[in-house]
Design a protein around this ligand. Structure first.
Ligand SMILES: [Zn+2]
Length: 404
């Protein structure tokens, strides 16, 4: 661990101990003390609290070591659940997960659209109630609700778009308190890219000691960082704003005021615009409108990956889409190469709805870029993979925050 557990709050310590159990599968109190740096007495107290809350169970005894049997601990498999909600322009995704992050139930609903946050919160509360009503759970079995919200979003023309100033409005609204009161459950709110990283860590068998980045693509790019066991949020909790990493100092202007940002060069809007500059834009009926962006980006990605069986006579359309997606993927690879080299990461996971259609194209490109030029080549390969959680990565990750 990079930071001794004794400098953390009780909740952080419990979360870190749960992480050690999760990554260890089964583990003894003695091993937990060794790995956490806490005293045996402290570990016993933390473990007792986690046992009392039903988060851990004792599971038989390990081998004799030094003449003393060790009771082993593992995550509870039932009786304890959490709700995750991913809030996005395209869709609201609800999941009910067990302690291992396995999705027990899920529901999808229309996204934010033009709704102001206060309306979205009302819909989210209703959605959570409907998800839980379909299950035979008692309230005590539900640890709480985690909500993944977008980070920095394109503000658009002032006053023209309900999504403008979204992150600020969530804060002003006091989302945790408002939703918590509506549901009668503890609610935690996290950025979607951080949630996705937490989900990968919890479910994706990532070792507790790994330093990894989770690239989350939805409206734009976000980067969740987990460095040797700790989530990195930065000084003002805005770490991971990789969409505005400048890749071309004199490049295309970005809405953030800078030029040549990853988002301006390679984000969904840029990919759609690139295809619209060719005859393929008309073939696919692209409009380039903000409201249709997620749908049109998915259309381009599907054509690029040839999922929708573009007819032989439309090879040019497929080729234009493929070129646009591959250009985007090269920029993503370049950005991630710098991040891998600066932070000495050993793993990159691509997650989020933006990778649903052409994820393998992006993963191949990032892998090629990182393998070819990473400064880690001498010390070991950097693993690049697509999330196995698909559209649920942020929702599952948000849910796991409710267990901590
Ligand atoms: Zn920018």
């Amino acid at each position: 661990m990079t930071r001794p557990l004794r400098t953390r709050s009780a909740a952080e310590t419990e979360g870190a101990v749960l992480d050690l159990v999760r990554s260890g599968g089964v583990i003894s109190r003695v091993e937990l003390a060794e790995q956490s740096g806490l005293t045996g007495a402290s570990i016993s107290r933390v473990v007792k609290r986690l046992l009392d809350r039903g988060l851990l169970v004792e599971t038989g005894q390990g081998d004799r070591t030094g003449g003393k049997r060790r009771t082993l601990l593992e995550l509870s498999t039932g009786g304890r659940y959490a709700v995750g909600v991913s809030v996005d322009h395209a869709r609201l995704t609800y999941v009910l997960v067990n302690l291992r992050g396995e999705v027990v139930a899920n529901v999808e609903a229309p996204g934010i659209g033009q709704d102001p946050p206060v309306t979205v919160v009302r819909r989210a509360a209703q959605g959570v109630r409907e998800l839980l009503d379909g299950q035979e759970l008692c309230v005590r079995e539900v640890a709480g609700v985690g909500v993944a919200v977008p980070g920095r979003l394109d503000p658009g023309p002032p006053g023209s778009d309900g999504s403008s100033r979204l992150a600020t409005e969530w804060e002003r609204l006091g989302l945790e308190a408002v939703l918590g009161e509506a549901l009668g459950l503890p609610v935690r709110v996290e950025h979607d890219h951080v949630s996705a990283a937490l989900g990968e860590f919890w479910v994706g068998k990532v070792p507790a000691s790994a330093s990894f980045a989770c690239v989350y693509l939805s409206e734009g790019f976000g980067l969740g960082l987990r460095l040797r066991g700790d989530v990195h949020r930065g000084a003002s909790r805005t770490a991971g704003d990789v969409g505005h990493m400048v890749l071309d100092a004199g490049g295309a202007p970005c809405w953030c005021g800078s030029q040549g940002c990853l988002e301006a060069l390679a984000g969904p809007a840029a990919v759609v615009a690139r295809v619209m500059a060719s005859t393929a834009g008309g073939e696919l009926g692209l409009t380039g409108s903000r409201a249709a962006q997620h749908r049109e980006f998915a259309t381009v990605c599907r054509a690029a990956a040839d999922h929708d069986g573009v007819a032989a006579g439309r090879d040019a359309t497929r080729e234009a889409c493929r070129e646009a997606v591959e250009a985007s993927a090269r920029y993503v690879g370049t950005a991630l190469l710098s991040i891998v080299n600066v932070l000495d990461l050993d793993r990159i996971v691509l997650a989020g709805p933006g990778f649903a259609e052409a994820g393998p194209l992006y993963a191949d490109s990032v892998r090629a870029e990182v393998e070819r030029r990473s400064s880690r080549r001498e010390t070991g390969p950097v693993t690049v993979e697509l999330s196995g959680l698909g559209l649920y990565s942020a929702a599952v990750g948000a849910a796991t925050t409710a267990f901590a």
